[in-house]
Each structure stands twice: as structure tokens, then as C-alpha cells.
Design a protein around this ligand. Structure first.
Ligand code: P6P
Length: 360
């Protein structure tokens, strides 16, 4: 399917999606969502680029603390509202979860008796502005989005009363707690030297670059394939002493040129997941935020960071593991659950997996 669409780069995202929908009618609804995602990414790119101007309304802190216990920047709140609105007005979403929302948001109007009709068949999970603490220093930031099918049996009984309703609403909202293997699409927008939108619909990973003269995302990286092996590690190495031994030993070998490939690794770490993963996809490498003694599940969130990014990396031929299991196979118990993540070039990540297995 995608090869036919990708015989020429320069195809706009809109044309890419309409041709994919023509060739795959069953995902037409899904392509509608990408119209909203594209618009939101352009708007957020603009906000980020202008955020440091003295006249900007988006400078500084909101004065609130989010469920993560992080000071919310005005930009966190604005980008979250922008993305929620854009997705809501597609009429295709039943429920969404966001890093900036304490609990999932029911978009079916939360009215009793509202069946999740086939129009509202999707669930969106997202981090509206990952790495936002970097914005003031002009360091790359990004938006991460995952799309699941909604359980259409989820409905709120018109005659429900009290506890019963809460129970049913909870069931509907629990539809966000799906493993990465249920993802039907994932995307990230990277706000950096260029604005990129990288996506997968489950048949490969495709990269688009915003042509600001046209105001359109154009296909610039058709069918991205991550190099199978690399010589770049991308971790916050201040945490090395607390890592699991298998990872400590593997990374030490890579640094000494004594790993499987014999290559001597260098280190590249932006401290902004979307930028680090994008470079890893294009240049190869191993990006990670592993668990450690202090935080056994690391720092990144499974639902709207680990799983969608793992889907994109796997669809580009890479691997994504906690060290002990595939990130995409983990079913979240709570919305903001953390997960250890080691992802990137297949052969290198496999070396970490083997080191963990040998240590069992
Ligand atoms: P540290 C940004 O705050 C973020 O959530 C990810 O984008 C990034 O990979 C990670 O945290 C960086 O964390 O502890 O290295 O600053």
C-alpha cells in the first residue's frame, strides 16, 4: 500500500492520508484524526517558536502543579487544550488521556445513554509538549500521540444511578489502559531546526517535514529504517551507578569498543525524548531511560511516551525493551504508569536483552 503512495517524496501529508484511505477504506476514520493532529502540530510549532518573545503570552509558569508533581508551564496547558480541542472536533474520539490530565477525559459528552457509536471509535493518548522544561533554552521539544480502537460496548446506561454510573464511566475511561500492541497508529511532532511529523499506521514509519512556505507537511523520509547497528548511546549517564548490572556492563563494553560489533560508541543526549528518538531513528543508536535503584520503573510514562514511541521504532525495524520484556506488551494498570525504556538499533538493543537474559 505505502510503496504506491511513496514513489515520490514531496507528497503532502493530506495527499498521503487520502491515498492511504482510498487503498484502505477501513482506516478512513483513522486518517481523519491525522488531519487534526497535523493542524495541532503546526499550531504548537508556532507557539513554541514564538514562546520566547517578550510579547509572548505563553512565557513562564501556569502556577499549577500537574499530576506528575511537575510545575505546569503555560505552554503545557495551552498545548494540551489545543490538542484536546483539535481531536475532539473530529467527532471520532470516545475518550482521551494526557500527561497534563489527572484522569482520562470522556469526549462522548459524558451524558448518560451516550453510546460510543462507531463515529467515536478511537481513544487518543498523548503528551502534548514533552520536554517542555527545555523550551526556554531553545532545546527541541515534541508532541507524542498514540491512537487505540475504543471498546464500542462501552456505554453509560441512561437509567444508571450513583455508584452504578461511576462504575460504567470508569469502565469507559479504562479504555485508555491498553497495551502498545493494541495501538492502531502513533505519531510524534518534533519542534527543532525543522518541524517534523513522524507516524506509523502499522505498516512502516513515515517522516514528514513542515514546509513553512507551503504551510504543508511534505513526505521527506518515506519508510524509515533504523540502522541495525550503531555507535551512539543516548542515556542520562549521571544515573549509570544506579542502573541494573546487565545494562551497566553492556554500555561499558560499547564505550570501550568491546561490544558485539567492536565499534567504539560515542554519546549523544538532548534530554528531550522526541529529539533523542528522532536522531536514533535516522542515525541509529540506543536511547534509553532505564529503571534504577531509586526509580525501578525509570522516568518515562508507558501509555503516552513509551508505547507510542516503541511502536514507531519497531515499525522502523528497531527494538524497544525494558531489558526484561517488550515495552509494547505491557498492559498499563494506571494512566501515568512509568516504564523502563531501552530502544533503537535492533542488534544493539538485542545485546542488552541477551545481557539481561544471561543474568537471570
Ligand atoms: P532527565 C523530559 O522532561 C523527559 O520527560 C523526556 O523528554 C526526556 O527523555 C527525559 O525526561 C529526560 O530526563 O532526567 O535526563 O532530565
Amino acid at each position: 500500500v505505502f510503496d504506491e503512495v511513496c514513489e515520490t517524496t514531496g507528497v503532502t501529508l493530506k495527499r498521503f492520508m487520502s491515498e492511504v484511505a482510498m487503498l484502505n477504506p477501513d482506516i478512513t476514520e483513522l486518517t481523519v484524526l491525522f488531519g487534526a493532529i497535523e493542524t495541532a502540530c503546526k499550531a504548537i510549532s508556532n507557539l513554541v517558536k514564538r514562546s520566547q518573545l517578550p510579547s509572548s503570552e505563553t512565557l513562564g509558569y501556569q502556577g499549577e502543579v500537574n499530576v506528575q508533581g511537575e510545575d505546569q508551564k503555560k505552554l503545557d496547558v495551552i498545548t494540551n487544550d489545543l490538542l484536546k480541542r483539535a481531536l475532539r472536533f473530529t467527532g471520532r474520539l470516545g475518550v482521551l488521556a494526557s500527561e497534563e490530565e489527572d484522569v482520562p477525559v470522556d469526549l462522548s459528552g459524558a451524558n448518560k445513554g451516550v453510546l460510543i457509536d462507531e463515529g467515536e471509535r478511537y481513544v487518543a493518548v498523548f503528551d502534548p509538549l514533552d520536554g517542555s522544561s527545555n523550551v526556554d533554552a531553545g532545546i527541541p521539544t515534541g508532541t507524542i500521540i498514540g491512537i487505540y480502537e475504543h471498546d464500542e460496548n462501552c456505554a453509560i446506561d441512561p437509567d444508571c444511578v450513583g455508584e452504578d454510573c461511576t462504575e460504567q464511566e470508569a469502565q469507559c475511561l479504562a479504555n485508555t489502559l491498553q497495551p502498545g500492541t493494541n495501538l492502531v497508529a502513533a505519531a510524534y511532532c518534533l519542534y527543532s531546526s525543522s518541524t517534523f511529523l513522524v507516524l506509523t499506521l502499522g505498516s512502516g514509519t513515515y517522516g514528514f517535514t513542515l514546509d513553512e512556505n507551503l504551510g504543508e507537511f511534505v513526505l521527506s523520509h518515506p519508510d524509515i529504517k533504523i540502522p541495525e547497528e550503531s555507535s551512539i548511546i543516548s542515556f542520562n549517564e549521571a544515573n549509570t551507578p544506579n542502573w541494573d548490572k546487565p545494562l551497566q556492563e553492556t554500555v561499558a563494553k560499547w564505550k570501550a569498543g568491546k561490544g558485539k560489533s567492536g565499534k567504539k560508541f560515542s554519546s549523544r543526549y538532548i534530554g528531550s525524548m522526541v529529539g533523542d528518538v528522532h536522531r536514533t531513528l535516522l542515525y541509529g543508536g540506543v536511547f534509553g531511560y532505564p529503571g534504577d535503584k531509586k526509580n525501578p520503573n525509570g522516568k518515562l510514562r508507558l501509555l503516552y511516551e513509551g508505547a507510542p514511541m516503541s511502536f514507531i521504532v519497531e515499525q522502523a525495524g528497531g527494538l524497544s525493551t525494558t531489558g526484561k520484556e517488550r515495552v509494547m506488551e505491557i498492559s498499563p494498570e494506571v494512566v501515568h504508569q512509568r516504564v523502563p525504556v531501552i530502544m533503537g538499533s535492533k542488534n544493539d538493543v538485542q545485546e542488552v536483552i541477551d545481557a539481561y537474559a544471561a543474568a537471570q
